[in-house]
Design a protein. Structure first.
Length: 143
């Protein structure tokens, strides 16, 4: 039996739209990362970016369960000595909910050049409107 190996010329990409209203952040991120990676296709190949484009709308309505809004922090370093910064997810969800979704999905992708290529296919919008209607995205069923 032959094994199918996809390559850059044979990949067919689709566009999906996900409404994040009321969905927990981690569950949303794991499903979106799976679609970006291409694991939902029968032609999945680990070393090829065979994933689809994903548009996430209503990122400001994503839910964090438990006490994560107060106890969980987003940490980053500025590059200067003593430059470790942290923002609570409560403040982050109020101001930059699109960044919270972006970082959650990015953390679930491969940590190499392939993962950096995959994350470019993610488009996040705070509201219900997006500017990718010309691509005719299909709604993605998460659960």
């Amino acid at each position: 039996m032959k094994t199918y190996m996809a390559n850059a010329q044979t990949v067919e990409r689709k566009w999906y739209v996900v409404d994040a209203d009321g969905i927990p952040l981690g569950r949303l991120a794991s499903k979106v990362a799976s679609v970006l990676r291409g694991k939902n296709k029968p032609t999945f190949t680990p070393n090829v970016d065979a994933g689809d484009y994903v548009i996430v709308i209503n990122s400001d309505k994503v839910v964090l369960t438990g006490k994560k809004l107060e106890n969980k922090f987003y940490r980053y370093h500025t590059g200067y000595i003593g430059g470790l910064k942290e923002i609570s997810y409560g403040k982050m969800m109020a101001e930059r909910s699109d960044l919270a979704v972006y970082e959650a999905v990015r953390g679930m992708l491969p940590k190499n050049s392939l993962g950096r290529q995959m994350i470019k296919k993610l488009k996040i919008f705070k509201g219900a409107e997006h500017n990718h209607a010309a691509q005719k995205p299909e709604p993605l069923k998460l659960f």
